[in-house]
Write a protein that binds this ligand. Sequence first.
Ligand SMILES: *[C@@H]1O[C@H](CO)[C@@H](O)[C@H](O)[C@H]1NC(C)=O
Length: 293
Amino acid sequence: MVSAYSSSNVSAVVLGFVFMISTSMVAFADKFYQDFYITWGGDYHAKMLNNGDLLTLSLDNVSGSAFESYNEYLYAKIDIQIKLVPGNSAGTVTTFYLSSTGSSHDEIDFEFLGNVTGKPYILHTNVFCQGKGNREQQFYLWFDPTADFHTYSILWNPQNIVFLVDDLPIRQFKNQESYGIPFPKNQAMRLYSSLWNADNWATRGGLVKIDWSQSPFTASYTNFNADACIWSYGTSSCESNSNKGAWYWKTLNYADQGRIQWVQKNYMIYNYCTDTKRFRQGIAPECYLTNFP
Ligand SMILES: *[C@@H]1O[C@H](CO)[C@@H](O)[C@H](O)[C@H]1NC(C)=O
């Protein structure tokens, strides 16, 4: 057809082609219903919306809410965007963590401790190996986490665990098994997230209680992505896959170490490695081996 070669149609074709190229290079986020199911508050407290692109958790005086992944992972790079409970969120805790099950479980934690309006959230992190935690590090954020979505990531591979906020590494737990320090590598983990009442400890150590007149409290999630080795029936999807992807080999280079130090110097408010009052019997051995500021 002659009209197909008119200049406006040509540019439409060119535009369409450019669009195809650019969209094919974007890693599309999964739909929440593909990866997760609601485990708590499925009545109306937890919802998958926008065709599975958005998930909301809420908390009121009836219930909190939670979801978990169908898949178990044995190493993963997990990214999720979260917009935290706005306004007076004191006493609420929003969590996002990887965990195995059983009495000597492994766990990698992000927990967001709410606050009264205008006061900062605390980002609380922890690493459990074989049932033992006590590796808390806490941070303030350099932005208001309730105003927009921000990306929170866990990189867990054989070399290290890295916590990232908007791609900025904030914490690294290295695999130092060669020094006798345990590292999570034998137990597959699921991804969990929840919003619940923790006003006995969360805000100013439990001094500030939830103001239920502000409920429901709602946190929103979008753009979940997992680059992962999926564990199923005793085998890992990575065993048969020689091309594991860059995430599997990633450690922190010199520039990343500088970024971590910037965050830790300016935003870290608690570090188990320096809490000699709490750990009178001695500071954890990994603290001596890792470079801390
Ligand atoms: C809440 O704000 C207070 C300051 O009023 C601050 O000391 C505290 O660290 C903030 N965050 C939490 C979760 O308590």
